[in-house]
Design a protein around this ligand. Structure first.
Ligand code: SAH
Ligand code: SF4
Length: 381
């Protein structure tokens, strides 16, 4: 039987486990401090715990549900992409994104997490979609992405994560219970629910279900087209839940939670960047009273689809109106090329991997050039 991962337990459950092992419950809080902000990379390194407890813990808990396979810093240290291996042998990634504030401070620190290995939806412009669905992640595998990020920021002398966005690999609402459980666990670690964004390609019934959870998280709907004919081609899920169904679900979400949704729209040259689409998008945004994030498409391997030029992006945004903002990638310029790290690290031999990493570094957008590539010491070779 697999041991529970430490990240799968609430604070109460951790305390109770320690008591059942014959230790005071406050040892649970000590353990959680290490998991969140500690320098230790395993139970044995938690020097403030008694030796007996350190020796017993590996038989009761797993330190992490994920193995860190590699990381890649970019944007002068403001972003860090992390590649993890799951115990079932899948690879997923998370991105740490720091937003600079005044005088060297940081306004926010966001972790972009994966909810699945691969994705079943198959959007034509998405590298993850090409993989198909490999596996759903467990709640603790989502939480461990944030814990790893938090410890890394702590080691760099930076503060804790402030925001978590479900915009990495996978369709969060197709892994509904693990995602909702992970949101609750992350809230216990100190992430305010209002700083959590769940991004969905349009699972209308689950949007309604989420509205009833009593979790005031933010919802982003990945629209990408403003009419059903085009959306069916870009996001095949539209055949099941067409735009009108999605808009009604979004309206219900807002009515029940008091939170407006945002609409995500990846701009693709010659495909969805015409001004007629912009006008229709303006109408849809008005119906949900929501903001529109326009994301010029990141090129992906094996596809000729490209973003329109900057002028065309601005013209499109102007036509959508004041509700629109151009973002440079996945909600943030800094996370550009998210989704490509797995491809780089997934290459078979070390030399292939190095070549792929170099390619990735060269492909990174201007200003966001990948600065370094560090396979973690434990990375599989
Ligand atoms: N499956 C969910 C969440 C993960 S994808 C969803 O689709 O919403 C997160 C965001 O990344 C989505 O808005 C998606 O459209 C965007 N994205 C995917 N591939 C991209 C690419 N090549 N360039 C820019 N954004 C992309
Ligand atoms: Fe899946 Fe989102 Fe990629 Fe579409 S954009 S294939 S839903 S991860």
């Amino acid at each position: 039987m697999t041991l529970p991962a430490a990240a799968s337990l609430t604070r109460d459950q951790t305390g109770r486990l320690l008591v059942a092992m014959g230790h005071p419950s406050y040892r649970g809080d000590q353990l959680r401090r290490h998991l969140w902000r500690g320098r230790a990379d395993g139970f044995d390194a938690m020097r403030d715990l008694p030796a007996r407890l350190r020796a017993e813990l590996p038989a009761a808990l797993r330190w992490s549900s994920l193995e860190l396979l590699g990381s890649q810093a970019a944007d002068r240290g403001l972003t860090d992409k992390l590649l993890f291996g799951t115990s079932a042998g899948h690879e997923v990634e998370a991105v740490m994104i720091a937003h600079p504030g005044a005088e060297g401070t940081r306004a926010r620190q966001t972790v972009c997490v994966s909810s699945q290995a691969g994705c079943a939806i198959g959007c034509v412009f998405c590298a993850t979609g090409r993989l198909g669905l490999r596996a759903n992640l467990e709640a603790e595998e989502i939480v461990d992405q944030v814990l790893e990020a938090s410890r890394r920021w702590a080691r760099q002398g930076q503060g804790s994560p402030t925001n978590v966005v479900y915009m990495g690999m996978g369709e969060p609402l197709q892994n509904y219970s693990a995602v909702v459980d992970s949101v609750r666990l992350l809230h216990e670690w100190g992430i305010p629910l209002r700083q959590v964004v769940i991004s969905t390609s349009g699972m209308a019934p689950e949007i309604r279900r989420l509205a009833g959870e009593g979790l005031p998280v933010r919802l982003a709907i990945s629209l990408h087209a403003a009419d059903d004919e085009l959306r069916e081609r870009l996001v095949p899920l539209n055949r099941r839940y067409p735009i009108s169904t999605l808009i009604e679900a979004a309206q219900e979400f807002t009515a029940k939670t008091g939170r407006r949704v945002s609409l995500e729209y990846v701009l693709i040259r010659g495909v969805n960047d015409d001004l007629g689409s912009a006008e229709r998008l303006r109408g849809l945004a008005a119906r949900v009273h929501g903001h529109v994030n326009l994301i010029p498409m990141n090129p992906i391997p094996g596809s000729d689809l490209r973003a329109p030029g900057p002028g065309a992006c601005r013209e499109f945004a102007g036509r959508v109106g004041p509700r629109a903002t151009i973002r440079f990638s996945r909600g943030d310029r800094a996370s550009a090329a998210c989704g490509q790290l797995r491809a780089a690290l997934g290459a078979n031999s070390k030399s292939e991997r190095r070549a792929a990493a170099l390619e990735l570094a060269l492909a990174a957008p201007a200003g966001g050039a990948a600065a370094g590539f560090n396979p973690s010491p434990s990375a599989r070779s």
